[in-house]
Design a protein around this ligand. Structure first.
Ligand code: ADP
Ligand code: MG
Length: 464
């Protein structure tokens, strides 16, 4: 890196640098693109010539890299110098485990990827998830009230642990991040950490391999507030459960706050140790129900305005009538709609809304495991299941592996990191590459498209 570049970037804070990015972007892209894709991005930190930014979800990265790669590289060069790098940190829920797997873009346009490890200062909280932007509705009222009570007096209410459960995309991850953010807003000195239980498991296994399991446990035991997302992923993982039980007891006994989320209530967590289940019921268990019509409208209105759009009432109502069970899908629909409008520089008209809603509702996510997807794909392509998890480069194995990764991304809510782990510990960039590759292939190759569609129907049929 040139000395000038080092000096330039070290003199500035991430906000100033990101503002420079934005001002150049604004001059080079249509207004609607700027509002949809760039304004929602927030700077996180500047580390030498590396700027880390928060993007709402993977779709943003794909879109930005797909449409404005050259422009972004140019700006990286201009603003951060020849060795400048842009690291995307994905905020999305499913994504939340993704927050620790940033995607890097550097000015030589080689995209590289690195993994951050937990450090004592990193909270892994997503500052975008707050109580202020969490819309209250009948379905989440109780959970929200309990979360606020805990955030105001962590460890001091009888809500310890606070256990929030509910279906996919209903705001559990949002709410538990909001707790952590609120606590830190009022009490900076508190040690708060957010972790999803699959990341917790992976790190625990790594710590055993590195002989640092004690340090790992002590790290979590030293927290004031421990927030664990998707605790259902601990099912069947005996060793991790034992360790968690131990950490839980230490924290609880010393009046530290524990917050947990799950897709089902404690009693239904089969495969979880009874003693853990009974501990979960010590505090308060609250559920989140799907949003009612008014809440769906309020969420759509609020989100579209935060992207800089005001949508007419009939459009909001149409979406709210047709997407009913999942807030993530509501959001997804909105983003798609704005993207379509932005790509074709079209007004958002009713035809476009109908088309987008249809697309969203035909790609419904189902409750299916990555292992099951892999089995169906391998059966279809007549490939040995073990081979897709090994380093086998044979053409048919690669196709099966990439198809299974692609379908796992599209049919489950697993993070890219988790998907990678299921395929012999491959990293998330490999998964992105696989998904892009399959998408390109099915655009060109009608036969393959048919095949993949029929695998998809098979998977969906077997679980409905
Ligand atoms: P879950 O963890 O239950 O699967 P998330 O917390 O990831 O769901 O929510 C999915 C998306 O919907 C997130 O982007 C979140 O910000 C948004 N969301 C969920 N509930 C609300 C709400 N009540 N108000 C505003 N946004 C919400
Ligand atoms: Mg979640």
């Amino acid at each position: 890196m040139s000395e000038l570049a080092v000096k330039l970037s070290s003199d500035k804070d991430p906000n100033t640098i990101w503002k420079e990015f934005l001002s150049i972007i604004k001059e080079n892209v249509p207004f609607i693109t700027y509002h949809t894709w760039f304004l929602p991005i927030k700077p996180y930190e500047l580390d030498g010539a590396t700027l880390k930014i928060y993007v709402p979800n993977n779709f943003f990265i794909e879109w930005i890299e797909g449409h404005h790669n050259a422009l972004i590289n140019n700006i990286i060069h201009q603003v951060l110098g020849p060795e400048g790098k842009l690291v995307y940190i994905v905020l999305e829920e499913k994504e939340s485990p993704d927050t620790d797997t940033p995607i890097t873009q550097s000015s030589d346009s080689s995209v590289n990827h690195d993994n951050k490890q937990h450090s004592t200062v990193e909270t892994y909280l997503n500052s975008r998830y707050t109580f202020e932007n969490f819309i209250k509705g009948e379905g989440n009222q109780l959970a929200r009230a309990a979360a606020i009570a805990v955030a105001e007096n962590p460890g001091e209410t009888s809500f310890n642990p606070l256990f929030i459960y509910g279906g996919v995309g209903l705001g559990k991850t949002h709410l538990i991040h909001a707790i952590g953010n609120k606590i830190l807003e009022k009490q900076h000195f508190k040690k708060v950490i957010y972790v999803s239980s699959d990341v917790f498991t992976v790190e625990f296994v790594e710590s055993i391999q590195n002989n640092t399991a004690n340090e790992f446990a002590n790290f979590y035991k030293s927290m004031d507030v421990l927030i664990i997302d998707d605790i259902q992923f601990l099912m069947g993982k005996e060793k991790t459960q034992d360790l968690f039980y131990n950490i839980f007891n230490t924290l609880h006994q010393s009046g530290k706050q524990i917050v947990l989320s799950s897709d089902k209530p404690p009693k239904d967590l089969k495969g979880l140790n009874e003693r853990l289940i009974s501990r979960f019921q010590w505090g308060l268990t609250v559920d989140i129900q799907p949003p009612d019509f008014e809440t769906r409208i309020a969420i759509l209105k609020n989100k579209s305005e935060s992207y800089g759009f005001i949508l007419p009432g009939n459009i909001l109502e149409y979406i709210a009538h047709n997407i009913t069970t999942n807030i993530r899908e509501l959001e997804g629909c909105l983003i798609k709609l704005l993207a379509n409008a932005s790509l074709s520089s079209k007004q958002i008209d009713f035809e476009l809304v109908k088309k987008t809603v249809k697309e969203i509702s035909t790609t419904k996510r189902v409750d299916v495991s990555i292992d099951f997807i892999t089995r169906v794909v391998c059966e279809f392509f007549a490939v040995d299941e073990n081979k897709v998890r090994e380093k086998n480069r044979r053409k048919e194995v690669v196709l099966a592996r990439q198809t299974a990764m692609y379908l796992s991304k599209n049919l489950t809510n697993s993070s890219l990191k988790t998907i990678g782990l299921h395929f012999g510990g491959r990293d998330h960039s490999t998964v992105i590459h696989a998904c892009n590759n399959i998408e390109t292939l099915i655009e060109k190759d009608a036969q393959l498209r048919e095949k993949i569609n029929s695998i998809k129907s098979k998977i969906e049929l077997s679980i409905s």
